[in-house]
Design a protein around this ligand. Structure first.
Ligand code: GSH
Length: 376
């Protein structure tokens, strides 16, 4: 890749001299603001490489404009994300918009990325939209330290949705190929390939079997694109940026990747599997609540997360657990109302000195009698 040194230097110089406002319109060439790791940006780079536009378009990192969240960069892309594009007086973000701008502006150079038939064009649009709306928005679950991951507040939900959305993509891919929308390379290929580089690299860390990430049609297409010059280049750019992160242990603390729950099972797992009977007073997708067999009050319920996710003790809670912790409190409020408790107390014991006996986070809901303070 040509990470335009001259444009970068000019940008820096202009910034130093305080001409930031007019800098964008003075940039001599159309300029893509992007970095190798960005899968959204890689859609645009795919088009630049495949159409042979490297002499026409400069590529500079957002740091040349003060970084993604700087005032300067936000003037170019108010979302503070990569990629962004500067073309004369026009500045804009969104990889799909930039991709279409390039295809329009350089329509007579290289492949058109536009299929010849209406059916293929509509399939390409549908696949790119499936990628943009349902896949790319949740892929943060593979690498972000903390939720939310698009519409999901829990990593496991985002990962399950990613599985579903990759299956939808598999169904949408053209059966005869060789490209996603049919016989011709389209925007669908440029949009999906970089994101699938991420998926293929990251999902094995979450225990996904290598051969299960993509279905048969996507696998055939994946092999074809990886074997192409542009595909191999884009893949190497993304993986080349991910590898040093790996070496520095970036995923070590990511729940369900580096940070797995390896603690032994407890009696609560057997209760959850209904191997040991319990009197369940509330159950939803995230939480189980059942009566304590040694009640300390007329109403004594234990509320536990269904998946422990490392929460052997409350002290191990992170932002990743915020959703399920909220669900436990929500369940407590509902159970207290169901039990018609006039007052109640919630207790979480942590560690031997905190009186914890079972190493699967649990909250005691105690009510039906007047509580004393301080508690014992
Ligand atoms: N819908 C946008 C998504 C852009 C996006 O999420 N970019 C990521 C990199 S792939 C980013 O800039 N993340 C950094 C951040 O959000 O702070 C597009 O297609 O351009």
């Amino acid at each position: 890749m040509r990470w335009a040194p001259f444009a970068a230097a000019a940008a820096a110089l202009l910034r130093v001299e305080g001409f930031v406002c007019t800098m964008t319109s003075q940039m001599s060439k159309p300029t893509l603001l992007d970095m190798p790791v960005s899968n959204a940006g890689a859609r645009v780079r795919y088009i630049i490489y495949e159409k042979g536009l490297e002499q026409e378009v400069d590529i500079v990192p957002p740091s040349e404009f003060g970084g993604l969240k700087s005032e300067e960069y936000l003037k170019i892309n108010p979302q503070g994300k990569m990629p962004a594009f500067i073309d004369g007086d026009m500045t804009f973000g969104e990889s799909d918009v930039i991709a279409r701008h390039l295809l329009d502006k350089y329509a007579d150079v290289g492949p058109s990325f536009t299929a010849p038939t209406l059916q293929e064009r509509t399939r390409a649009n549908a696949i790119a939209r499936q990628h943009d709306v349902y896949i790319m928005t949740i892929t943060g679950c593979m690498y972000k330290a903390a939720p939310p991951f698009g519409v999901h507040a829990r990593r496991l939900d985002a990962l399950a949705d990613l599985r579903k959305q990759l299956d939808v993509l598999e169904d949408m891919a053209c059966s005869s190929g060789p490209f996603l929308a049919g016989a011709d390379l389209s925007l669908a290929d440029a949009a999906c390939f970089p994101t699938l580089v991420f998926c293929k690299y990251m999902l094995p860390k979450f225990g996904w079997a290598e051969g299960e990430i993509l279905g048969p049609k996507l696998t055939r297409w994946w092999q074809l694109v990886c074997a192409s010059k542009t595909g191999a280049r884009v893949k190497e750019e993304i993986e080349g940026a991910l590898r040093p992160w790996d070496e520095r242990g970036r995923w070590d603390t990511i729940l369900h990747a580096g940070a797995r729950d390896a603690a032994p099972e407890t009696i609560f797992d057997r209760i959850l599997r209904k191997e040991i009977p319990s009197t369940v007073v509330h159950e939803d997708a995230y939480v189980l609540a059942f009566r304590d067999i040694n009640p300390v009050a007329p109403s004594h319920v234990l509320i536990i997360p269904k998946v422990r996710e490392g929460l052997t003790q409350l002290r191990f809670a992170t932002a990743d657990h915020a959703f399920v912790l909220g669900k436990m409190l929500e369940a407590a409020a509902k159970i207290a109302a169901d039990e018609k408790l006039e007052g109640f107390r919630l207790v979480i014991n942590d560690g031997p000195k905190g009186g914890q006996e079972v190493y699967h986070l649990h909250m005691h809901l105690i009510g039906g009698r007047t509580m004393k303070w301080p508690p014992g």
